[in-house]
Design a protein around this ligand. Structure first.
Ligand code: FBP
Length: 551
């Protein structure tokens, strides 16, 4: 494979491990844990893996001799920068246990595990992928690992390959399923440990004990670079309003981090929209008022950041989507036979009066996007809904109205962007390169300590990586009961933006000033080589959260 100059130089980067992981470690057990809520129900569902203690690794002065171990690894869900380093850290970790240990990667996500598609990851393969972005070393997929039949089928290949531990690298849903798998294998004495690793650019897999998911740092740095470039263009030509939608599924962490990095004129936070029960018109009016106020100062340009999940947080839209989901699920066959030109009227005729009126008022393109196939978890594929265009066109209409009332004098020309896939496979920042390598290496230490149903945990992330603390957290500790597909299920609590959290508070204190003045920041590209203050800074979200906890 031909490599760029940066790829070659980056291949030689040696991720910095927490100092404790550089020598032999022993697992020190903390207090027994309990789930964040619904303790009785979760305990009953996880009789073998509930209430286990947190684990922290400490230096071991009398390490025993390790035996070779075969380990399997799965990449689950959307790509996130650093996945290859989790795998290389895991590889190095199990080789440190014993040089004859072997690593098997299941291909294209959990589906490869069930269908017995795998490849052995040897050192020459691993070396090709160190410090690179992407998940292409084994591929990823969104098959949900949730039925006993899948677990049993997977166990066949684990037995065949003599695999004693499985590492699942995924988001909240995949780690929930890792916990269920761990419980099942323990209950049947399958002799297979299951360990999870916190992955997702969305940043919504975090809690008191997992400070961030990997990939968030790099992805937000990539988006912030491009937003900064757009803002500089915008401040140079002074003639466009840029509407920029950012990935992140439900949570607005990505949009918020990019706002803190770039200081745009507007950033909408979905969780705030929901808390304040705002309507689509409220949001449109808010943006239009800022456009008008800037125009009054002679500035017919600006930037607007929009989280991709916004539409689902507008209460009226949420109700519409819920009814649409049911309607389409219950009449899937009939709907599939309706041709595209008649889909909207088919739906309008069948929705309740209120939702029908909202649906009919949407621009045609957006109405069609709301009808596209759901993902395997039953979610609307928000990345396919062009919210940025919806808002841009509605703001233009509102400005026409303001103009006719003599309340707006200016020119409004808009440009639309969507940043998501651009950042998911970027070469990991130094932070993510170190964090991911440590997560993988740490997972090997958890395997050696014999535990199952744990998530690899590396903490203290605002400190230099050598000072990070490493250990394991029982996944059941992060769980609560939630309604999914009409049934109460144990799931890891999704972390949305909290309005009393430090990152949102910082943003809220500054946004009015950013709206009217041009206070853009241009973060520039990720730097891999150079001074620590340029290359090794963690996200502002992490830094502000840390400051709040320690103030
Ligand atoms: P995960 O939650 O699996 O990490 O996915 C993250 C994400 O990038 C979301 O931000 C986005 O909505 C979704 O994946 C897009 O999914 P797909 O890759 O299937 O298009």
């Amino acid at each position: 494979m031909k490599k760029s100059a940066l790829q070659k130089a980056r291949a030689t980067y040696q991720p910095k491990l927490p100092i404790v992981l550089t020598g032999a470690v022993k697992a020190v057990e903390g207090k027994a844990t309990q789930s964040v809520a619904d303790q009785e129900e979760i305990k009953a569902l996880f009789p073998n893996t509930y209430g286990l203690p947190e684990i922290q690794f400490e230096k071991d002065n009398n390490p025993g001799k390790g035996s070779p171990i075969n380990v399997g690894v799965i990449l689950s869900g959307g790509q996130a920068p650093g996945g290859h380093n989790v795998i290389s850290g895991l590889f190095d970790g199990i080789k440190k246990i014993h040089r004859d240990s072997r690593l098997f990667g299941f291909l294209m996500g959990p589906g490869g595990f069930v269908d017995h598609q795998y490849k052995e990851l040897t050192s020459d393969i691993i070396d090709e992928y160190r410090n690179t972005g992407g998940f292409d070393i084994i591929g990823s997929g969104r098959t949900k690992l949730e039925t006993q039949a899948q677990f049993d089928k997977g166990l066949e290949i684990l037995k065949e390959l003599n695999i004693k531990a499985l590492v699942i690298i995924g988001g909240d849903d995949s780690n929930t399923n890792a916990a269920i798998l761990a419980e099942y294998y323990k209950s049947i004495n399958a002799g297979v440990q299951v360990i999870g690793c916190p992955k997702t650019i969305d940043g919504d897999l975090k809690n008191e004990v997992i400070e961030t998911s990997f990939g968030f740092d790099t992805a937000t740095k990539v988006y912030s670079e491009v937003i900064g470039n757009i803002q500089r263009d915008c401040n140079s030509s002074k003639k466009y309003w840029h509407f920029i939608k950012l990935m992140g599924r439900s949570a607005s962490h990505i949009a918020l981090e990019c706002a803190l990095q770039c200081q745009p004129n507007v950033c909408i936070i979905s969780e705030e929209v929901e808390a304040k029960k705002q309507t689509l018109n409220d949001i449109v009016n808010y943006i239009a008022d800022i456009v008008a106020a800037r125009a009054a100062k002679g500035m017919n340009f600006g930037s607007v950041l929009i989280p991709e999940g916004l539409i689902e947080f507008i209460p009226a839209m949420k109700a519409l989507i819920a009814e649409l989901n049911d309607l389409m699920a219950q009449n899937a066959e009939e709907f599939a036979s309706v041709d595209k030109a008649n889909q909207i009227s088919w739906i309008v005729d069948r929705l309740s009066a209120e939702n029908s009126a909202i649906f009919a008022s949407l621009p045609e393109g957006v109405a069609h996007q709301l009808c596209l196939d759901r993902d395997p978890h039953g979610n609307v594929q928000v990345s396919l809904i062009e919210t940025e265009k919806l808002l841009g066109h509605m703001v233009a209409r509102r400005l026409d109205q303001l103009k006719s009332e003599g309340r707006y004098v200016g020119k409004f020309a808009s440009m639309f962007h969507f940043f998501g896939y651009e950042g998911r496979c970027a070469d990991p920042s130094n932070f993510d390169a170190d964090y991911c390598y440590a997560l993988g290496f740490n997972a090997a230490c958890l395997i050696r300590s014999g535990v199952t149903g744990y998530m690899s945990s590396v903490r203290g992330l605002t400190k230099p990586s050598v000072q990070w603390i490493s250990g394991g957290i029982p996944i059941t500790m992060m769980m609560n009961m939630e309604r999914r597909h009409g049934m109460m299920k144990p799931v890891i609590q999704k972390a949305l933006v909290t309005l009393d959290g430090a990152p949102f508070q910082k943003f809220a204190a500054m946004r009015d000033s950013w709206a009217l003045n041009t206070s853009f920041i241009y973060p520039g590209p990720i730097q891999y080589f150079g001074p620590a203050e340029v290359c090794d800074q963690p996200s502002l979200t992490l830094q502000y959260e840390y400051q709040k906890h320690h103030s």
